[in-house]
Each structure stands twice: as C-alpha cells, then as structure tokens.
Design a protein. Structure first.
Length: 129
C-alpha cells in the first residue's frame, strides 16, 4: 500500500472515529416534564392536555398521547392510569396500521381519550390548570 493510500485510509478512519465520538457522547439528563408546583391541583396539566387533544381532534397525532402521559407525574392513580391506557391504545393503533383490526384500534384510542376526559371531570379537573 502506498504512503498516500495509507494516509487517506488513516484520515478516513480518523474522521469516522471523530464522528462516532461526537454522536456517542451522553445526552444531558432530561428535566422533569412536570414540576409539582406547576401541576396544581395534581393531574390538572394532564387533564388540560387530554381535553384540548379531544377538543382539537389531535389525539391520533404522533406524540400527543405521550405528552399527556408525561404530564401525569404528580397526578393521582385514576388520571395516571387513564393516561397510560391512552398511550398504550395509541401504540397499538400505530402498530395495527394497515391491518384488519386497525379501525378497532383507532376506536380504542378514542374510547381511552373519552374515558380519561370523564375521569378528569369526575375528579374536578376539567377546568383546573
């Protein structure tokens, strides 16, 4: 192998190593999405998000169910559990895309969102936040 070819190869390897080092650096720790001081009464942020998503017909948009779930950090069990069911229903609907049961999975997302809104109303969190 010629000296020029060896230098080019080493340069290429060095560039790959440098890229790898840049992309494998640890990401900064995420900050909490909900602080207890902001989510007063507890669960109000998640309820506000699910109510807005239902009102705006965005429940099936990517990231919406996860955002609602992330907002349950201080919520009581019924609200947090409902958000978990909503996120699971959304994941199942996405996985069913193109399958025979896709319409049923999408309907399950709507049902889970409606259930969570009802839980928020029953908890007095419909207008909180």
């Amino acid at each position: 192998m010629s000296a020029g070819a060896l230098a080019a190869l080493l340069g290429l390897l060095g560039a790959c190593t440098a890229d790898t080092a840049r992309t494998t650096a640890p990401a900064p720790a995420p900050s909490p999405s909900v602080s207890p001081a902001v989510d007063e009464p507890p669960g109000s942020l998640a309820c506000a998000k699910v109510i807005a998503a239902v009102r705006d017909a965005t429940v099936m948009m990517p990231g919406v169910a996860d955002t609602i779930l992330q907002a349950t950090g201080t919520a009581d069990a019924p609200v947090a559990d409902a958000a978990q069911r909503l996120a699971e229903a959304f994941t199942a609907a996405v996985q069913a895309q193109g399958a025979e049961d896709e319409p049923d999975k999408i309907a399950a997302v709507s049902a889970a969102a409606a259930e969570m809104v009802e839980i928020c109303r029953d908890s007095g969190l419909e207008s909180a936040g």
